[in-house]
Design a protein around this ligand. Structure first.
Ligand code: PEP
Ligand code: MN
Length: 362
C-alpha cells in the first residue's frame, strides 16, 4: 500500500482527538470544543454530524448545519476538525466545509458497497481518512476498507480501534480483542493506530485504564468522546466525559518510550524473549504429543464403535483445569479459551482417525 505519513503523528504521541459523540446544538458544540482546547492536550476536534443508530427513532444527528458549527469551533480553537462520513453525500458536504479529517465508522466499514462509494467520492482529493474497525472481529474487512481508499489515491490513512461486538456479557460495550489491533499494526506499521476507548468501554469508569493499555501497546493516538454536560447528551451519554474529566484522564496517562536505548535493558529483554521462545516451542511439541494420544484413543473408539465426544470425560478435564489454573496463575477466561481450542483440535484429530476427514494443516 502506498501510505504517506500524517504530519501531526510525526510530531506528537499520542495524538488526541476529542469532542462530543454528536453535535447537538451550536452552544453545546462550541462550549465543549473551547473547553477541551483549553486543556492544551487535545490536537483534533471531533463531532458526529450524521449518526448511525442501531435502532430508529433515536437522535440521528443534526446534519449539515453541524458542519457550520464545527467550522466555528475550528476558528475559535485553531484546532483541526474531524467527522464521520458514511456515504458520498456526507463526503461532498464534509469536503465543502473543509473538514480536516474524515473517518469511516464501524457500521460502515462492514459494508464494501458503502466503503467503495466513499472511496469513489474521495478520488482525486488529498483527504486524511481514518477507518474504524468493523463491528465484528473480521480484520479482512478492515484491511479491505483501507485498500479501497488507497486504490482511490488516498494515502493519508489512519486506523481506529473501537472494539468488537461480543455475544454474552462483558465489562466492555465492545470487546477490545487487542490482538486484532496489534496484528493490524504489525501488517501496516506506517499507518497510525488510534484507540477509541469511549466505544470500547461504553462507560466512563474504564476509560483511564483502556487508554493507558492502548498507549502501552504503542498506539499512536486516542479518540475520546467529551461533552459539556454528558447527563443530557443525546447519544452515548454513559461514556462521554466532561472537559474537566478529560483533562484529568489525559494528565494521568503515562507515555512510555517506544524503543529502549539502554543496551543493558535490551540484552535483558532479549534473554527473557529467548526463554519465551523455548517455552513456546516446547508447548507446541507437547500439544502435538497430546493430539497423537487423542488419535490413539480415536482408534480404540472406532474399533469399539463408540462416539468421539464423551461428555463426562470432558467435564472431568475442565474440573481439574479449574483448580490447576489457580495454582499456575492463569485466568479463568484464558483457561476456558485454551481448553475449548485444545478440545476442538482433539476432536478434529479423532475425526480424521475415525472418519478419514482430512485434517486441514495449512
Ligand atoms: C462514533 O464515533 O460516534 C461512532 C458512531 O462510533 P463507532 O463507529 O465506533 O460505533
Ligand atoms: Mn459515540
Amino acid at each position: 500500500m502506498n501510505v504517506e505519513s500524517i504530519e501531526l503523528f510525526e510530531q506528537k504521541r499520542p495524538v488526541v482527538i476529542s469532542g462530543p459523540c454528536s453535535a447537538e446544538t451550536e452552544e453545546q458544540l462550541l462550549a465543549t470544543c473551547t473547553s477541551i482546547a483549553k486543556t492544551g492536550k487535545v490536537d483534533i476536534l471531533r463531532a458526529g454530524i450524521w449518526k448511525p443508530r442501531t435502532r430508529p427513532n433515536n437522535f440521528e444527528g443534526v446534519g449539515s448545519i453541524g458542519l457550520e458549527w464545527l467550522r466555528e469551533a475550528k476558528e475559535k480553537t485553531g484546532l483541526p476538525v474531524s467527522v464521520e462520513i458514511a456515504n458520498s453525500k456526507h463526503v461532498s458536504e464534509a469536503l465543502k466545509y473543509d473538514i480536516d479529517i474524515l473517518w469511516i465508522g464501524s457500521r460502515t466499514t462492514v459494508n464494501p458497497f458503502s466503503v467503495q462509494e466513499i472511496a469513489d467520492a474521495l478520488e482525486g482529493t488529498d483527504a486524511v481518512v481514518f477507518v474504524k474497525n468493523p463491528i465484528h472481529a473480521d480484520t479482512e474487512l478492515w484491511i479491505g476498507a483501507l485498500e479501497r481508499l488507497n486504490r482511490s489515491g488516498i494515502t493519508k490513512l489512519g486506523m481506529i480501534h473501537r472494539g468488537f461486538t461480543q455475544y454474552g456479557t462483558s465489562i466492555y460495550r465492545n470487546e477490545p480483542k487487542w490482538q486484532l489491533a496489534i496484528e493490524m499494526k504489525r501488517r501496516f506499521p506506517k499507518i497510525p493506530m488510534l484507540c477509541d476507548p469511549s466505544h470500547i468501554c461504553g462507560n466512563r469508569e474504564l476509560l483511564q485504564s483502556v487508554s493507558q493499555q492502548a498507549l502501552d501497546m504503542g498506539f499512536e493516538g486516542l479518540m475520546i468522546e467529551s461533552h459539556v454536560n454528558p447527563e443530557v447528551a443525546l447519544s452515548d451519554k454513559n461514556q462521554q466525559v466532561t472537559p474537566e474529566m478529560l483533562h484529568k484522564i489525559l494528565d494521568r496517562l503515562i507515555v512510555r518510550q517506544l524503543c529502549m536505548s539502554d543496551e543493558e535493558l535490551n540484552l535483558k529483554l532479549n534473554h527473557l524473549r529467548q526463554q519465551i521462545d523455548i517455552i513456546d516451542d516446547n508447548l507446541l511439541r507437547i500439544l502435538g504429543e497430546r493430539m497423537k494420544i487423542a488419535e490413539s484413543i480415536g482408534r480404540i473408539k472406532k474399533e469399539k464403535g463408540i462416539t468421539i465426544l464423551q461428555t463426562s470425560r470432558w467435564e472431568e478435564i475442565i474440573k481439574k483445569a479449574k483448580t490447576n489454573r489457580i495454582l499456575h496463575g492463569l485466568s479463568e477466561k484464558f483457561m476456558i479459551r485454551y481448553l475449548n481450542a485444545v478440545h476442538q483440535e482433539s476432536i478434529d484429530h479423532q475425526n480424521e482417525v475415525m472418519n478419514n476427514n482430512k485434517l486441514v494443516l495449512t
